[in-house]
Design a protein around this ligand. Sequence first.
Ligand SMILES: [Zn+2]
Length: 204
Amino acid sequence: MSYCVYKLENDKNELYFGMTKSPNKRWSDHMKNARDNGTCSSKKLWYDGDTVVAMQELEWFDTKEEAHEREKELIQSNNCVNKLKYDFDYKTYKKEYLEKNKEVNAQYHKEYREKNKEVIAEKRKEYDEKNKVKISEKKKIYHEKNKEKKNADSKEYYEKNKVKINEKKKEKIECNTCGSIVRRDCMANHKKSKKCLQTSAAAI
Ligand SMILES: [Zn+2]
């Protein structure tokens, strides 16, 4: 029996669970940690000089693994100050935090942008100037990458709207030069026709 799972509890019924080979040494380490504002979360149990904290040995285990298993169980099933050790998920925490503070943050950023408009614009300009080559290189790569997609998209669009597009092409519209009624897809050629050119020449 060489590993002890223990509990720290203060007079506000707040808890800390841990494991150690040597409870006496661990206890003095906890006190030192509280006094020196160390990194161990057990310091939260000591609010001030008046807070009473007690250590209680709970169970002893032969192996570190068993003790660790029990410690983890206790931490997860109790509301204790070192809960974060196993349950803290930063990603979820951050997401929840951002969700909860969405409006406050949006307001803050808006105000910040408003207040620092000139500085931000200046910085942006500086950045663009400094990264001119990089930016245009990036744009080029982006364009290359999207060319194929765009072509595919427009082909797909055409396939989907073939009937409508062809209807539109066949539509008859009025020439804004000579007033002739011409098919939309013939307009470019019509503008080069003798009839239309004569009218436009006469108008000048
Ligand atoms: Zn015309």
